[in-house]
Design a protein around this ligand. Structure first.
Ligand SMILES: [Zn+2]
Ligand SMILES: [Zn+2]
Length: 257
C-alpha cells in the first residue's frame, strides 16, 4: 500500500510537540523522504521508519525548518552503519554549502560506510523509478528577500520548489512553502491530494483553487499553533469553498495514497 507518513508538521516557529517539516513517502516498499526539518531523526524512531532504507531525499528549500535535520540524520545513519548510497536533492544554490557544512560538522565522507551526495534539483522529472515520478516547480516563497540580497550583494538565488508526485498515474502535490495562493497556479489540476503548508496565502482562496482543480483531499501541514488548535474553523472555510475532505496533518499521521 502506497502511503505518506508525516514525521514533522510544525511551522517555522518551532513547536513543543511537533518536529519541523518532513514526511516520508512509501511506494512499493521503497522509502523517499521530503524535507528534513529538525526532529526527523527522533520521528523515524518514534514511528518505526527503517531510515537506513531511505532511497532519496528531496528538499523543497533551504529554510532551517526544512533542512537542518539533515545533519543529525546523516549522523544517525553513520552510527546505524547504513551501507546504501544516499542522494539528497536540494536547490542548486545549497549544494556547495551543504557539502562544506557536513565537513565542518565532522560528517566527513571518508568516515562513512555509505556514499551520500548532495545533488541539485533539476526539473523535470527530478526523479523517476517505475510507477513513481517526481516533478519540481519553482515558487516565490523566498522572493521577499530580493531587496536585502541585492543590498548586501549576497549570492542567494531564492530557489524554492513545490513538488508533484505521480504514483501509478495519480497526482499528489506537496506545496513546500509558498509565497501565496498564486504559487498553486496550474498545479492543482487533476490532482487527487494536495498537501499544503498553512502559513502563507489566503486559505479560502487556496481551498477554492483546489476545488476548481478537482482536488479530492486537502491536507494542511506546517500550521501555526493558533490554527493547529482550531481545526473546525479551517474545516468550515474549506467546506464553504468546495473542499469536502480536509485533513490536519499531525506528526505520525499516515495517509494512504
Ligand atoms: Zn517552513
Ligand atoms: Zn520556508
Amino acid at each position: 500500500m502506497n502511503k505518506i507518513i508525516f514525521t514533522g508538521t510544525a511551522p517555522g516557529f518551532p513547536a513543543r510537540d511537533r518536529a519541523c517539516s518532513s514526511f516520508v513517502l512509501i511506494v512499493d516498499k521503497k522509502i523517499y523522504q521530503f524535507d528534513a526539518g529538525e526532529g526527523f531523526s527522533n520521528s523515524v524512531q518514534t514511528y518505526k521508519i527503517p531510515y537506513n532504507n531511505i532511497e532519496n531525499i528531496f528538499i523543497s528549500h533551504l529554510h532551517p525548518d526544512h533542512i537542518t535535520g539533515i545533519f543529525l540524520e546523516l549522523q544517525l545513519m553513520l552510527l546505524a552503519k547504513r551501507t546504501k548510497p544516499l542522494d539528497i536533492f536540494v536547490p542548486e544554490e545549497g549544494v556547495a554549502g551543504l557539502e562544506k557544512a557536513c565537513q565542518m560538522f565532522y560528517l566527513i565522507k571518508e568516515k562513512f560506510p555509505f556514499q551520500f551526495t548532495f545533488r541539485p534539483v533539476r526539473p523535470n522529472p527530478v526523479f523517476r523509478d517505475g510507477e513513481f515520478a517526481l516533478y519540481a516547480y519553482s515558487n516565490l516563497h523566498l522572493s521577499g528577500n530580493t531587496e536585502i540580497i541585492e543590498k548586501i550583494n549576497a549570492p542567494n538565488k531564492m530557489q524554492s520548489y513545490s513538488y508533484i508526485l505521480v504514483i501509478d498515474g495519480r497526482r499528489t502535490l506537496y506545496s513546500g512553502d509558498i509565497k501565496d495562493e498564486n504559487d498553486l497556479s496550474g498545479l492543482t489540476d487533476d490532482t487527487h491530494t494536495v498537501i499544503i503548508e498553512g502559513m502563507h496565502g489566503d486559505f479560502a482562496k487556496i481551498a477554492e483553487i483546489c476545488a476548481a482543480g478537482g482536488v479530492q483531499r486537502l491536507v494542511l501541514t506546517h500550521l501555526p499553533i493558533e490554527l493547529y488548535n482550531r481545526p473546525h474553523k479551517l474545516e468550515t472555510v474549506a467546506l464553504k469553498h468546495g473542499i469536502k475532505k480536509l485533513v490536519i496533518a499531525t506528526d505520525g499521521l499516515r495517509l494512504v495514497l
